[in-house]
Design a protein around this ligand. Structure first.
Ligand code: 0WD
Length: 256
């Protein structure tokens, strides 16, 4: 049988075909998962419906969820509980910062911009984990998406690097809290991938060029590779792993 046969997995954050969450969707679908999607905007909803149709993937549900609102998160998981019941996995592939905070110097970050990045990119994992754990009555696995800017200074990544550091620490604290319920929490740290969100980060092209030059594999990675690593975390193959950050970056992070 397939790795995720009969498992109900919630995927948050498909904006379009380039989204990391779309690469993840393909991996999970091929592994036999039942997929439930949440997205924020009407625009992404329409794109997602078309994409699923094109790839002949039948969603169990598509539910609107804006992680900026506690009410929206609670309503989304109430709806999932009504329609699906038990869930076994959650993919968190959501982040946001103001474009003006993703260039120039970090030191000029505004209070608003700092809090917004923390709220959407880090706190959202806390709130959805709290809501999802109620539906993970058979145990479960939660996977989020992070970036090396959490560990090192990546010029221009700025406020998002600090938000990702907060996200990675949250992964560890959440792993401790929900571990006693048989729920695991992990993160994939992907190399740079050209997506809608990546467009907002200054010097994106430069970053992916540096990876091609310096990474042990001498290339960038793609959404499908992140998808397969996320599938691993969601599957029984990773049953002994929690609180972990796994680099899917062609080895870039080991090079000084
Ligand atoms: O190089 C990259 N692209 C990397 C991205 C390298 C390493 C990590 N990541 C991370 C990102 O930081 C993010 O956490 O992967 C995750 C997904 O990013 P992506 O695939 O690059 O970005 P994108 O395709 O733009 O999807 C981001 C989605 C949004 O799409 P819509 O159209 O709905 O805004 O983030 C979601 C949203 O789905 N999002 C929200 N979802 C719910 N509530 C919210 C919100 N308030 N804000 C953003």
């Amino acid at each position: 049988t397939k790795l995720l046969e009969g498992k109900n997995i919630v995927v948050m954050g498909v904006a379009n075909e380039r989204s990391i969450a779309w690469g993840i969707t393909k991996s999970l679908h091929n592994a036999g998962a039942n997929l439930i999607f949440t997205n924020r905007q009407e625009r992404s909803y329409n794109k997602l419906v078309k994409l699923l149709d094109k790839h002949e993937i039948e969603p169990k549900a598509i539910i609107s969820c804006d992680v900026a609102s506690d009410e929206s998160v609670q309503e989304a998981f109430n709806e999932i509980k009504e329609k699906i019941g038990v869930i076994h996995g959650l993919v968190h592939s959501v982040a946001f910062a103001k474009r003006e905070d993703l260039q120039g110097e970090f030191v000029t970050t505004s209070r608003d911009g700092f809090l917004l990045a923390q709220e959407i990119s880090a706190y959202s994992l806390v709130s959805v984990t709290n809501a999802a754990k109620e539906l993970m009555t058979e145990g479960g696995s939660i996977v989020t998406q992070t970036y090396i800017g959490a560990e090192q200074v990546v010029p221009g990544y700025n406020v998002m690097g600090v938000a990702k550091a907060s996200l990675e620490a949250s992964v560890r604290y959440l792993a401790e809290d929900v571990g006693k319920h048989g729920i695991r929490v992990n993160a994939v740290s992907a190399g740079p991938i050209r997506t809608l969100s990546a467009k907002g980060v200054a010097n994106f092209n430069e970053k992916s060029q540096v990876v091609e030059e310096k990474a042990p594999l001498r290339r960038n990675i793609d959404q499908d590779e992140v998808g397969d690593a996320t599938l691993f975390f969601l599957s029984e193959l990773a049953r002994g792993i929690t609180g972990e950050v796994l680099h899917v970056d062609a080895g870039f992070n080991i090079i000084g």
